[in-house]
Design a protein around this ligand. Sequence first.
Ligand code: FE
Ligand code: FE
Length: 184
Amino acid sequence: MAIRTANELFIDQLKDTYSAEKQAVRVYPRFAKAATSPELKDALQTHLEETTKQVERLDQVFEVLEKRSTGKTCEGMKALIEEALQHIEEVEDEVVLDSALIAAAQKMEYYEIASYGTLVAFAQIIGQEDIEELLSETLEEEKATDQKLTGISEAVNQQAISQSAEQSQENEEQASKRKNKRAA
Ligand code: FE
Ligand code: FE
């Protein structure tokens, strides 16, 4: 559909974000299931519940605007999710997987923060205070989730890195043992 006016662009961006949120609701249970750290599991589960409410907020926005919410697929979110699922398949170590899950979730949250930032600014310009309020509430939740994940990542990434260091030391030791055997 051709976009001719700023208002049509706003609706289009809203639909895009709606699709992004719907995709997030579908994938977050998989992230939560794949997570090992109880804090991470809990954070992902909590954000899944928040995201469900965010979809409802967008439903309200569409209701106010008397527009349909459907009809668009957010390709940006789709790609982020595809990449995340690929990592879930590939990463074997569970601590490293937690790090990968945090990275994936934070990329998704940043995408949403950018989307809602734009939408809030637009709602302000067109003077739709009720819509602005709904969108701002979600924007704050996305930012808070990002910060929470940063907090969790400090412990998880540290663990993943020291584990990797231990592993490479073990590999080195084994290699030098093999070398000594051959020399003997
Ligand atoms: Fe969201
Ligand atoms: Fe989110």
